[in-house]
Design a protein around this ligand. Structure first.
Ligand SMILES: [Mn+2]
Length: 309
């Protein structure tokens, strides 16, 4: 298959990784997910509990590479709404962008108002922050806290009826974000950052550049960024089926809800589209997708088929 044969339509078959790589990837990803589940913080909940889950905000330093900045005021509105309505906020990883910045200080300085809200939630015991691959500097270098707020790898919401919801960022199933971690982070810090500063916009489809080499690089990343999340979703779904364990992730930036009788894999989506936040609400025992756009909260579709929560 040549590169020009690949199309980007949803539902396109994923790149066929060699069988042996698929197998070892699966084994390795399952081991990491098993460990995250075993070490997860347990949290009881019931049908009166209210949770809101967002992920992949990628808060930066307020400068030109900060992709959170355009959505900041919308996110502040959402936080106020959820705080005043008694929700517990779960940040499902990649809240902050530590691949482009060496430490959290410039991020906290640029978004002090956001962190003040987070501290308000924390003081009420209504905040749980999970770390994703962009919140860490290496697989073994996970921050114990952010601005004094404890962080964890995973969370299990445990209902009195025995139902368990497992929540983690999802990079545990991503080969490039663990085994190849150092290389991936290096490329992000150097190449990706430089390209963003040049406004080339590798994955922004409407950007045109005259340079042929850059166009080829752009095309490769465009295909990659459409294909790779599907591989990761497949690993996460396989794990959910094997363990009969509903799982909620972020990381792929693709919102997901299982259809009736489908694999119980949920994804919060991302908050990187300008003027739009995507997330999940868990209220009255139901998980619902929620979108915030220009200050308006819209619930699109309700997943009702997950009985007895
Ligand atoms: Mn991620």
């Amino acid at each position: 298959m040549t590169q020009t044969d690949l199309t980007l339509n949803p539902g396109t078959a994923v790149w066929p990784y060699p069988h042996i790589l698929q197998e070892s990837w699966r084994t390795w990803a399952f081991r990491r997910l098993d460990a995250a589940l075993a070490n997860a913080v347990r949290l009881p909940f019931n049908s009166h509990s209210r949770f809101v889950l967002f992920s992949d905000l990628h808060r930066g330093d307020g400068g030109p590479t900060d992709r959170f900045q355009p959505n900041k005021s919308l996110f502040l509105q959402a936080l106020r709404h959820y705080y005043e309505n008694g929700y517990t906020y779960i940040e499902v990883g990649d809240g902050d962008e530590l691949w482009l910045h060496d430490d959290l200080q410039p991020i906290v300085r640029a978004h002090r108002d956001v962190f003040e809200w987070l501290h308000r939630f924390k003081e009420d015991g209504r905040l749980h922050i999970l770390y994703g691959n962009h919140d860490i500097k290496g697989p073994e270098d996970c921050p114990p806290h952010k601005d004094g707020i404890p962080t964890h790898e995973a969370l299990v919401l445990q209902h009195a009826n025995g139902q368990r919801l497992f929540i983690c960022h999802g990079h545990q199933a991503d080969l490039t974000n663990a085994r190849l971690y150092a290389l991936t982070r290096f490329l992000n810090k150097s190449l990706w950052r430089w390209l963003r500063l040049q406004s080339v916009g590798l994955i922004d489809a409407d950007m045109r550049v005259e340079n042929h080499i850059l166009n080829h690089i752009r095309h490769f990343f465009k295909v990659w960024t459409h294909q790779q999340p599907r591989h990761i979703e497949n690993r996460l779904k396989e794990w959910a089926v094997k363990n009969q364990q509903p799982i909620i992730c972020g990381h792929t930036h693709r919102m997901a809800l299982p259809g009736t009788g489908g694999v119980p894999y949920f994804n919060t989506g991302s908050c990187l589209t300008a003027n739009r936040l995507s997330g999940l609400e868990l209220i009255q025992g139901q998980l619902k997708p929620v979108h915030w756009a220009a200050g308006q909260q819209q619930r699109v579709g309700v997943y009702r088929d997950w009985a007895n929560l």
